[in-house]
Write a protein that binds this ligand. Structure first.
Ligand SMILES: Cc1cc2nc3c(=O)[nH]c(=O)nc-3n(C[C@H](O)[C@H](O)[C@H](O)COP(=O)(O)OP(=O)(O)OC[C@H]3O[C@@H](n4cnc5c(N)ncnc54)[C@H](O)[C@@H]3O)c2cc1C
Length: 468
């Protein structure tokens, strides 16, 4: 097998495998090194298996609402093992799909752990020994893993990371979720829907803290309506673990809020307090690569400052999203092939949370736009005034848009409600095409669709909404 390449990519997550495929499409000799699983966290332990499990929860929820639709469903229940089996099966299917795509595009795959031994030199430790590879260009795409806070470390029994939560040893009865970012809220939504008494603790002053404050508030109302307890501006200081008590283990959490500590007992804790980049063991220090809080520092083109060495995806910093990783992969591969490229702009990347109701957003929040000194026009449209939402039985939610008052630039869009993770891309395309309020107002939206709310929210920003 050849050991010299134009491009070697380390890590076959969405950033890495897409970079390798795009490089190969452009005629470069490409290899990818992966130590664990093709598809990375995204396909194996992240985006895809969580969405498979959330789909089961969504159907379970709808089955309980059968009567609302004139239907009968009796003896509704679930089999958690079967839910997990389906999720793992889908992850496996997509993992082999990545293998097939790499083969089809003639990307050489090395299964092993890679180190950058020197500039342009990659050592791969495989089951059979160490293999030395060379390449003019090396792309680091080693991703990230769950952050562990001292005292709150996962043990796989009482305290879980996302990996344990995707392969649960049991159905939690009393669940504490630490952290209300997308990952924490998705698991809270899943287990709460299946019947776990769920408490979410968030250190910042609101859940889903990166979202627009109005959307966070609506999410809070919806989750509380579903029986979740949300404790904001609070910190889990300590977990007392008692694995053997009366057959089932218990964890007592010390939760500090406003200077007072309250103790609450759970049978399961999910720690979702962020991620750390996989920077270790790659030889980066010796190469002089700058690392800031576990992430490789790059410029807007993912260049590390070491010639021919790039870093993409979760390893290279926020937003920690698969579509950001894969887009950076394409950009870097094209740049290496000599094409003119555009840097990936984080503000143009939509964030989606697949809880119930869903949350999706792109660009500036209202507070962020004001803080940036922009004069803005804000439009809103509620789900309860949209025909399709009512027909679907999904009349809870809001679409909110923020425009620059002077130029009509669409600064941000924020949504909560059914299928908003599918809708948001309409505004992303609009922003990419530098659309203004005029273009959006002149666009004809099909009826009846949820997308009509995207039109009406724009009209509302200019005092022209028809149906509200
Ligand atoms: C529970 C959960 C849900 C998520 N849901 C979503 C979602 O809905 N949408 C979304 O956009 N994002 C989601 N994410 C985030 C998403 O998974 C990541 O942003 C994405 O996987 C990052 O891609 P990547 O290519 O940078 O790295 P990764 O997917 O982490 O892949 C990195 C790969 O590098 C390999 N590797 C590491 N070190 C080495 C080495 N030395 N040698 C060889 N191989 C190595 C690893 O084994 C891994 O396979 C979720 C994450 C989690 C945990």
């Amino acid at each position: 097998m050849s050991t010299s390449f134009d491009v070697i990519v380390i890590g076959a997550g969405p950033g890495g495998y897409v970079a390798a495929i795009r490089a190969a499409q452009l005629g470069l000799k490409a290899a990818v090194v992966e130590r664990e699983h093709l598809g990375g966290i995204c396909l194996n332990w992240g985006c895809i298996p969580t969405k498979a499990m959330l789909r089961s929860a969504e159907i379970f929820h709808l089955m309980h609402r059968a009567k609302d639709f004139g239907l009968k469903a009796e003896g509704i229940g679930y089999d958690l093992d079967a839910v997990v089996k389906r999720s793992r099966g889908i992850a496996k299917q997509l993992n082999s799909g990545v293998g097939h795509l790499l083969k089809k595009n003639k990307v050489t795959v090395f299964m092993g752990a890679a180190t950058v031994a020197a500039k342009g030199k990659v050592s791969v430790k495989t089951a059979k020994g160490t293999q030395e590879l060379t390449a003019k260009n090396v792309i680091l795409a080693t991703g990230a893993r769950a952050r562990e806070l001292p005292g709150l470390e996962a043990d796989g029994d009482l305290v879980w990371t996302y990996k344990h939560a995707l392969l649960p040893p049991r159905m939690p009865k009393n669940l504490l979720v630490i952290g209300s970012g997308a990952i924490g809220i998705e698991f809270a939504s899943f287990y709460n829907t299946l019947g776990a008494e769920t408490v979410v603790v968030e250190v910042l002053d609101r859940i889903l803290p990166v979202e627009d404050a109005e959307i966070s508030a609506l999410a809070r109302k919806a989750f509380e309506g579903q029986g979740m307890t949300l404790i904001e501006s609070a910190m889990v200081k300590q977990l007392d673990r008692d694995p053997n008590k009366s057959g089932g283990g218990k964890v007592t959490a010390h939760i500090e809020k406003g200077g007072k500590v309250e103790k609450m007992t759970f049978d399961t804790v999910i720690s979702a307090v962020g991620i750390v980049g996989n920077v270790e063991g790659l030889g980066l220090e010796a190469l002089g690569v700058k690392i800031d809080r576990t992430h490789v520092v790059t410029d807007a083109y993912c260049r590390t400052g070491v010639e021919g060495l790039y870093a993409i995806g979760d390893l290279a910093g926020a937003p920690w999203l698969a579509h950001k990783a894969s887009h950076e992969g394409v950009m870097v591969a094209e740049m290496i092939a000599g094409k003119q490229v555009h840097p990936v702009r984080p503000e143009s990347i939509a964030g989606c949370t697949y809880c119930h109701p869903q949350v999706a957003s792109v660009g500036m929040t209202e507070a962020g736009a004001k803080a940036a000194g922009r004069k803005i026009k804000v439009g809103r449209f509620p789900f309860m005034a949209n025909g399709k939402a009512i027909a679907l039985g999904e009349s809870e939610g809001l679409v909110k848009v923020i425009f620059d008052a002077a130029t009509g630039e669409l600064l941000g869009a924020h949504m909560i409600g059914a299928e908003v993770t599918e809708l948001i891309q309409g505004y992303v395309v609009g922003r990419q095409l530098e659309t203004t309020e005029e273009d959006l107002m002149h666009t004809v939206f099909p009826h009846p669709t949820l997308s009509e709310m995207m039109h009406e929210a724009v009209l509302d920003a200019y005092g022209r909404a028809i149906h509200f």
